[in-house]
Design a protein around this ligand. Sequence first.
Ligand code: DP6
Length: 348
Amino acid sequence: MQATARANTNIALIKYWGKRDEDLFLPMNSSISITLDQFYTTTTVQFCESISADLFVFNQQLANEAETLKVTRFLDIVRKMAGKEWFALVHSTNKVPTAAGLASSASGFAALAAASAKAIGLDLEEKELSKLARQGSGSASRSIFGGFVEWQKGTRTDGDDSYAKPILREQDWKLSILSVIVASREKKVSSREGMRRTVETSAFYSGWLETVERDMEIARAAINERDFERLGEVVEANALKMHATTLGAKPPFTYWQKGTMEVMTLIQSLRAQGMAAYFTIDAGPNVKVLCLPKDEQRVREKLLMLSTVQHVYTCHPGSGISFLPTSKNKKIPYDLESDRKDICYLSR
Ligand code: DP6
């Protein structure tokens, strides 16, 4: 009744932007990502017949009610699938550098899906895990797999054909992804709210939908052929197009900050000088730069010369979900009699 899983985060190459069903997390368009090797979430789930509420400990701190509710909502899906009514102790740690401002919902829900399904006794294959993780956060569906991953949008209303699958394994194409930190404040518009507002009000959203499947085809082919420049071009153009839709929303918004634009300008000027480097940006101000391993050091040095750049993390394609042994002497201690508020830690 206890399991531990680890999932890496991912960055989108062709963006998931907009939902056709908010409850089931069904996307308007298919998307492609790279799972990274540096940033991950490790989660232990322990189902207990004798507790009367879920408990969620995040980074050694008892989570607040809102965070716990998100976990409970997700565990309800797992409980329903297993036909069990047990509550759970969930202990999660993020290995994302402090204040890096990197999205962790992808690794968080992928790890929670894998650990909770295993702990409750469901024997799910990766495709089913992807569908499950999707219902916590759309991008989590892709973190089940390593390397280059495609999340096919599907067309069914029950979401049964909306899941991710691998395109290329992490060891099959060793690109470099530089994660460039220009700001660490929490973003003002969450990706959930951002995509909702864009779908409902943006004058440019129809243009996004008309062209994104073509971007998918180009990116898929470029990955299969290991054509870096073709991939880089479509990735950068797709990111700019996604961010353009936010400017056409009512009220308009942008995730970009001064540093975001400085990094974009630098990358485009490096390219004009003959270096193959391309950028992409998810729903926040930080930038990810794609380049070949031979150029990694030079691009990194150039980035660090910008005053707005706080840190550059060098990543490569990483692996999919993994299960870790939960050793006997690492059991989560808890006090069944105590009030939830009195439980100050659940360490492992
Ligand atoms: C811009 O997966 O965080 O990063 O499904 O609402 O939890 P929810 O959104 P989330 O959105 C990610 C948006 C994106 C693009 C992407 O990762 O494909």
